[in-house]
Design a protein around this ligand. Structure first.
Ligand code: ASP
Ligand code: MG
Length: 409
């Protein structure tokens, strides 16, 4: 007998009918002879609604009370799913994060899981029950209830799978798997049969919303086999596993994109050892997330530095520079809005030189100017004008033969 952890996201449990459908999927797995642990998110847009509700009471609610509020969303789903399983004649029990033994660090709003005491879950499984666990929550050693950051139910599922030494963790969602690019915008996008942990991590960090980056990190560290699949359709999804076991050997496996990027350029920065660290520490202190950074030394005494941020942060960024002009020591600051980031990801890049060159050639051939570049071993990101974003994605998707027609299924 195996042990399977299944996770169902907000849309998949968005209504009573959907919850009954989830119960059916859970029972199918149980009837295959497996023990089943089910992790669920809050129903539909419940978490967003709870956030708005809090905003109506207070502009700056206490983080502790926010977590107290948000964890109720998942608590609704676990009880309803357990009831649904009961009506279908199956023995099931629901647990909050705390009851499932999920211990976290003492950080409200974005805690990491430190340890899982699996005793209680194991005991129920041994008695033949289906165990339903609330995603996105845990408790600290002092008994405080915390959340794991938005989208954190994926992490609950993977962490439980690792702690219980499950055979597999299935993430059921509203898409049928991980695609070569976003099928809502690019019609040739194709579902991947498999992808490596590292590639998935890059894609998740680049904003491919299917999986929470921390969940992928966890799965990689504990070698938990993952599958992303649809809760409505029966077809198989995308397996996320270690590189090497995968069937398809593509150099580039996905094209990711994100709009609303702004490039900021700081001119005439005094060229001391500490000037860069001062700038980025100051921005970090103000919770401004900086992505790509480019420094060019213009002369001995001063230097220019450019960096990209999300457009929503531009006001705050400029304010930080105005407020700290004396400490930051620069002459001028400029910015360019309406930009986008287009990235290619693939483990094959490590052993295939020239992938970045091909990317630049393709963009140039399509009259697309590259404003910034950053690379990792398995990723190349470029910043382009927002109006060129989809054109760039389409051209790259084609050039790297990711389209449905180009690859044998
Ligand atoms: N309900 C939480 C959220 O909406 C956690 C999750 O769904 O993963 O962020
Ligand atoms: Mg999610």
């Amino acid at each position: 007998m195996g042990l399977i952890v299944q996770k169902f996201g907000g849309t998949s449990v968005g209504s009573p009918e959907r919850i009954m459908n989830v119960a059916t999927r859970v029972i199918e797995e149980k009837n295959r002879g497996n023990n089943v642990v089910v992790v669920v998110s809050a129903m539909g847009k419940t978490t967003d609604q709870l956030v708005s509700l809090a905003q109506e009471i207070s502009k700056q609610p206490s983080k502790r009370e926010m977590d107290m509020l948000l964890t109720t969303g998942e608590q609704i789903t676990i009880s309803l799913l357990a009831m649904a399983l009961h009506t279908k004649g199956y023995d099931a029990v629901s647990f909050t994060g705390w009851q499932a033994g999920i211990e976290t660090e003492p950080v409200f709003g974005n805690a990491r899981i430190l340890n899982i005491d699996t005793n209680r879950v194991n005991k129920e499984l041994e008695e033949g029950k289906i165990v339903v666990v609330a995603g996105f929550q845990g408790s600290t050693i002092d008994g405080e209830i915390v959340t794991l950051g938005r989208g954190g139910s994926d992490t609950t599922a993977v962490a439980l799978a690792a702690a219980l030494k499950a055979d597999k963790c299935d993430i059921y969602t509203d898409v049928t798997g991980v695609f070569t690019t976003d099928p809502r915008y690019i019609k040739d996008a194709r579902k991947l049969s498999s992808i490596s942990y590292d590639e998935m991590l890059e894609l998740a960090n680049l904003g491919a919303g299917v999986l929470h980056p921390r969940a992928v990190e966890f799965a990689k560290n504990y070698q938990v086999p993952l599958e992303v699949r649809s809760s409505m359709e029966k077809e198989s999804g995308t397996i996320i596993e270690e590189e090497g076991r995968m069937e398809e050997n593509l150099v580039v496996r996905g094209v990711a994109f994100e709009d609303e990027i702004t490039k900021v350029t700081v001119l005439g920065l005094s060229n001391t050892l500490k000037s860069l660290s001062t700038i980025f520490t100051t921005l970090a202190k103000h919770h401004i997330n900086v992505d790509i950074i480019i420094q060019s030394t213009t002369n001995k005494n001063t230097t220019d530095v450019s960096f990209s941020i999300q457009s929503q942060d531009i006001k705050d960024t400029l304010q930080v520079f105005v407020d700290h002009k004396e400490v930051l020591q620069y002459e001028n600051i400029q910015f360019e809005e309406d930009l986008a980031k287009v990235s290619i990801v693939g483990s094959g890049m490590v052993s295939n030189p020239g992938v970045a060159a091909t990317m630049f050639e393709v963009l140039a051939a399509n009259d697309i100017e590259v404003k910034m570049v950053s690379t990792s071993e398995i990723k190349v990101s470029t910043v382009v004008e927002e109006k060129n974003m989809l054109k760039a994605v389409e051209a790259l998707h084609q050039a790297f033969e990711l389209a449905r027609t180009a690859v044998k299924q």
